[in-house]
Design a protein around this ligand. Structure first.
Ligand code: ATP
Length: 514
């Protein structure tokens, strides 16, 4: 089986070669951590957004949509805490001039320590065979305990230093662990200092600090400042939610791992406004609902897990991540945060405008609490690519392999492709083109006659097209075509008039939403 690193390289190459994702400004050698979505990428991304939007807005009478501006009044970011606290701790290696996130360096060193424990476990498993009890071994073996306890102690100390903004201690940890720069190999480090992740720009007609604008680092604040506008104009009663999809910008230091961490990315966020005191109930509700949303797509359960935050953000009283097993390990895909009244309260204070809800039942006014679900559209894209792109030996034949993108049909960029058995048979071509013309009203599809049938099938497998429709000589006699299903590769003969129903049933989002 391919190693995860090779698998990841293959995924990136597949995305480029098949028109899903290109490096931004590639002809100028690219701009790091910025990517462009190609023809199939944009279709898939739109389908992901549609699935999210429908499941949030269309399926909930009490959730409505919003599309707020990327630029917001600079005070927004003061109130939200982003001006003062949206920082990463940075450290530079003086010899290579390479910049790192201090916490990422420390976590990397801890991973190495924990890998030693894993190595002990692996050795023991080999020694004991079937009778091996991993849990017991991890809890009792002295060497394993030494490594895991050491790793945990370092992480605890790092979290405490991050919380207290103790940059000197972060530096001390890096020195004690004798961490070296991967480029220069030296341990010649600068001090650790805080670096704000917001991009700033300048208003055209105002000079100096006054005219300083930020590109939003999250879409959530556009929702908070519109809370009363939306509540009043849609006459919503608590609990209700506002959903938004849009671009966000962060000047990430460690911007690697393809579209996992970008400087410009897209978020799908929903802020659910609730009565104070009910946050635990709604936290549990959204935690479960969001996991179901992922599982409905056929994502294997073993690839998803919850991760509770040890280190809560300044605005949260509870937070959990849904993590996905990317080719480089389990990482955050989505966050569910109980944000209390932090944001509305802060905007109310700084703007001097009341952001309160009048509760018709209790006849009191109060600042609602907020439960947030926030997922990166690009990370979702990468998660899907990671587990849906598969290399398969056709019929078990290792010499006949295909790359197939086993996306849920409702998310597939192209739903069908019509091909004539022979491209130089005018009657076959005409019939095939007519089928395409008929189906394009309902689905995104293609007509293709630029290669042999086998080659065309492979091409469609690579972009995840669930159905290939072949027009052959029998079609001219009895109005039937063969329909080849992507995953099973099975072919069935279907009446042309039945095509729309057959495809429609499989690609409809209804099944997913239910
Ligand atoms: P991380 O810890 O990975 O930096 P975060 O906790 O800062 O992420 P949030 O602020 O909770 O992320 O943002 C919500 C979601 O937005 C994340 O779960 C992720 O899917 C997405 N996201 C955040 N930063 C990026 C980025 N730089 N590139 C792509 N997606 C991102």
């Amino acid at each position: 089986m391919a190693q995860p690193a090779d698998q990841f390289k293959k995924l990136i190459a597949h995305c480029k070669e098949n028109g899903f994702i290109y490096q931004s400004s590639e002809i100028y050698d690219g701009l790091s951590a910025a990517y462009d979505y190609g023809p199939y990428g944009v279709l898939l991304k739109n389908n992901i957004k549609q699935y999210w939007w429908k499941s949030m807005v269309q399926m909930h009478e009490n959730i409505v949509g919003l599309d707020s501006a990327i630029f917001m009044h600079p005070k927004t970011w003061k109130a939200s805490g982003h001006v003062d606290a949206f920082n990463d701790p940075l450290i530079d290696n003086k010899d290579s001039k390479k910049r790192y996130r201090a916490d990422v360096l420390i976590e990397g060193a801890v991973d190495k320590i924990l890998a030693k424990a894993d190595k002990e476990v692996k050795k023991a498993r080999k020694r004991f065979g079937d009778s091996f009890d991993e849990k017991m071994f991890r809890e009792t073996n002295e060497r394993v305990l030494k490594y895991t306890n050491r790793g945990k102690a370092i992480i605890d100390r790092m979290n405490a230093a991050l919380k207290a903004e103790d940059m000197a201690d972060l530096k001390a940890i890096i020195e004690e662990l004798e961490i070296a720069c991967e480029v220069s190999g030296s341990k010649n480090w600068t001090e650790v200092r805080q670096f704000n992740l917001m991009f700033s720009t300048q208003l055209g007609n105002v000079a100096g600090e006054e005219g300083k604008l930020y590109l939003r680092p999250e879409t959530a604040q556009g929702i908070f400042v519109n809370f009363l506008n939306v509540q009043k104009t849609t006459r919503q009663k608590l609990p209700f939610g506002i959903a938004q999809i849009g671009k966000a910008f962060r000047n990430e230091i460690v911007a690697r791992q393809f579209i996992f961490r970008m400087r410009e990315f897209e978020q799908m966020e929903m802020q659910f406004f609730i009565k104070p005191g009910t946050q635990q109930k709604w936290f549990a509700y959204w935690k479960e609902a969001r996991m179901k949303w992922h599982l409905a797509l056929g994502t294997p359960e073993a690839k998803l897990r919850y991760h509770d935050h040890d280190n809560l953000a300044h605005y949260a009283d509870a937070a959990v991540d849904i993590e996905f097993q990317f080719p480089f390990g389990f990482k955050e895909l989505e966050g569910i945060h109980s944000r209390t009244d932090f944001d509305l309260g802060a905007h109310q204070e700084l703007s001097g405008k009341k952001l309160q809800y009048f509760d018709p039942e209790t006849k009191e006014s109060y600042v609602p609490y907020v439960l947030e679900t926030s997922i990166g559209c690009d990370r979702m894209f990468l998660a899907l690519m990671s587990h849906c792109l598969q290399e398969e030996a056709v019929g078990g034949d290792e010499n006949n392999k295909r790359d197939v993108l086993k996306l849920h049909p409702a998310l597939a960029p192209v739903k069908f492709c019509v091909v004539p058995l022979k491209r130089n048979e005018p009657k076959l071509v005409e019939t095939a083109k007519n089928i395409f013309k008929q189906l394009k009203f309902s689905f995104s599809g293609q007509y293709d006659d630029t290669g042999s049938i086998g080659k065309l099938y492979r091409r469609q497998d690579a972009i995840g097209t669930p159905f290939c429709i072949t027009v052959d000589f029998e079609t001219l006699d009895n109005n039937t075509v063969t329909v080849r299903e992507r995953d099973s590769m099975e072919q069935e003969r279907v009446d042309i008039d039945g095509l729309e129903k057959l495809i429609g049933e499989r690609v409809d989002m209804k099944g997913l939403l239910a």
